[in-house]
Design a protein around this ligand. Structure first.
Ligand SMILES: Cc1cc2nc3c(=O)[nH]c(=O)nc-3n(C[C@H](O)[C@H](O)[C@H](O)COP(=O)(O)OP(=O)(O)OC[C@H]3O[C@@H](n4cnc5c(N)ncnc54)[C@H](O)[C@@H]3O)c2cc1C
Length: 482
């Protein structure tokens, strides 16, 4: 994988020079002004309003920090060039995959955003692995892999996410109980470190860099290419939707199903009811190719009040929410999301307490609640609670119609709920609309913090990469500018 071919992707660069006195990018090169000509790029560096506005927006529509330029790389060498240029001239850089963060995590105030959508080639697919550029969406990888009879062992619920963006946060799904997160199923990465070195890393080669980057929130290197594990794909999915009247009935059934691993996929939701409350749903999936699973065996001991069973192709299942998400995204609603990991022992009390105040309107779009096993989750940058089992609680809120006061209130609710989760040994899954200071991040990393600090100093010593996470310093720039 180390041999990366240089290729011309797009027309010549719109930006030709940089003025270090004003930190502005110029589309013409003025002689004798101190302006610096930028090196050759295979892709393009642009400063047009549409590109800057898009790079200052994400799925949450809450943070709008505007870069001064957007790189559409035509090759990984463009990433190297621009990262080195940023080091020389004190600029910041963030990679934007599909921009599905909710609070400006992929933004760079007055810096450069690298739009990874132009690095989106699927290089190789075999029965046990795929090699893809970081800008490839999981949907495209899965479509291609399925034609070879393979698929990733675990998938996110929504497939319109970039490989690089997902490997930067973790990548959890209903199969994580068996296979861990997407980061746990990554074989090798090509990355451009924060100081501009193109390095291939894996568990055996440059392991410190590999560990730092997986779930590393873009802090240490730009992922430009990934080799990810594939397994034999089933043809069909049988999906069981089991309903429960109380949340503790749901979690009890989920624990039973998790303990013997009977489902290939296990999730759950808080589903709004007509009377402004919730009903509680276990979602179990069993994969098959010829012989359908035995319903009685799969449902034994789960005691639901309602059962629905449907069969569909495995691809239909994996891609089940894509269109719905595209429709929601088109509405551009504020999305003050909160995803937290709660220790098993604290989940029932915490969720029961939450449900005394949570309304379907405040839960917004979708509320997920499901347990997973900790043992297959091995990458240390992804912070999960101690103990053999923890629950994901995800309030995937969408504020409709948009309302600034409601948004502020819900972000404050997120801050309060996260504080409560932290107090019982829980963590956050870092795609949220949460106020996090550098001290909060140090607490988030806990005993991992010295390794995180060391990796930053080693791989991104000038702190060029990904300021929007606010881990090593407060995030600069206005949060909500028109
Ligand atoms: C509808 C929806 C459903 C979701 N479902 C799930 C789910 O089931 N499971 C789950 O785990 N997550 C889920 N997520 C969260 C999602 O995994 C993260 O938000 C992920 O970061 C999004 O990928 P992206 O390509 O949009 O990344 P972006 O939002 O563009 O980037 C995320 C972070 O990674 C950095 N980054 C991006 N690309 C790179 C790169 N190549 N190298 C280094 N850093 C990079 C960015 O700078 C930013 O800090 C969901 C999100 C949405 C909107």
């Amino acid at each position: 994988m180390a041999q990366l071919d240089r290729r011309t992707f797009l027309a010549g660069a719109a930006v030709v020079a940089f003025d270090p006195a004003t930190s502005h990018w110029l589309t013409s090169f003025p002689e004798n002004t101190g302006a610096i000509q930028i090196p050759h790029l295979d892709g393009e560096l642009v400063t047009d309003d549409a590109a800057l506005t898009e790079a200052a927006t994400d799925y949450g529509h809450l943070a709008h920090r505007r870069p001064r330029a957007v790189l559409r790389p035509g090759s990984v060498y463009d990433v190297v060039t621009v990262v080195r240029f940023a080091n020389e001239h004190g600029l910041t850089i963030a990679v934007r995959g599909q921009g599905h963060s909710t609070f400006g995590q992929a933004q760079a105030d007055c810096g450069v955003v690298i739009d990874s959508r132009t690095l989106a080639t699927i290089r190789e697919v075999t029965l046990d692995h795929a090699v893809v550029d970081a800008g490839v969406q999981w949907l495209d990888l899965i479509r291609t892999a399925l034609t070879a009879g393979a698929a990733p062992p675990v998938s996110t619920d929504y497939l319109g996410l970039s490989v690089g963006g997902t490997l930067s946060v973790g990548g959890i799904g209903g199969a994580s109980q068996h296979f861990g997160m997407l980061v746990d199923n990554t074989i090798e990465l090509d990355v451009v470190t924060g100081d501009g070195r193109l390095v291939t890393c894996s568990a055996d080669h440059e392991p410190e860099l590999f560990e730092a980057v997986l779930g590393g929130l873009g802090q240490f290197a730009v992922i430009v290419r990934a080799a990810v594990r594939l397994v034999a794909a089933p043809a069909m999915a049988r999906i069981y939707t089991l309903t429960y009247p109380r949340v503790t009935d749901l979690t009890a059934a989920q624990r039973t199903a998790l303990a013997d691993g009977r489902f290939d996929y296990l999730e759950g939701q808080l589903v709004p009811t007509d009377d402004d409350g919730f009903t509680f749903v276990l979602e179990g999936g069993a994969w098959f190719t010829t012989e359908p699973p035995d319903d009685d065996v799969l449902l034994a001991g789960l005691a639901p009040s309602g059962v629905d069973v449907v069969d569909m192709t495995y691809f239909e299942w994996l891609n089940r929410i894509y269109e719905e998400v595209e429709q929601i995204e088109a509405l551009r609603l504020p999305g003050p999301w909160l995803n937290v990991f709660v220790p098993d022992s604290a989940t029932d009390e915490l969720v029961t307490e939450l449900l005394t105040t949570l309304t379907p309107a405040d839960a917004g779009g979708v509320a997920l609640l499901y347990p997973t096993n900790r043992s297959p989750i091995t990458q240390p940058q992804v912070r999960v609670p101690d103990g053999p089992v923890f629950f994901l609680l995800a309030l995937l809120r969408a504020v409709s119609p948009p309302d600034d006061a409601a948004v502020e209130r819900l972000i404050a609710d997120n801050d309060a709920l996260y504080a409560r989760v932290r107090a019982v040994g829980g963590t956050h899954y870092p795609v949220n609309a949460l106020h996090l200071s550098p001290a909060d991040w140090r607490a988030h990393y806990g005993d991992r913090w010295p390794a995180v600090r060391r990796a930053k100093d080693r791989y991104d010593p000038r702190q060029v990469l990904t300021p929007g996470q606010g881990i090593f310093g407060e995030v600069g720039g206005a949060l909500r500018t028109p």
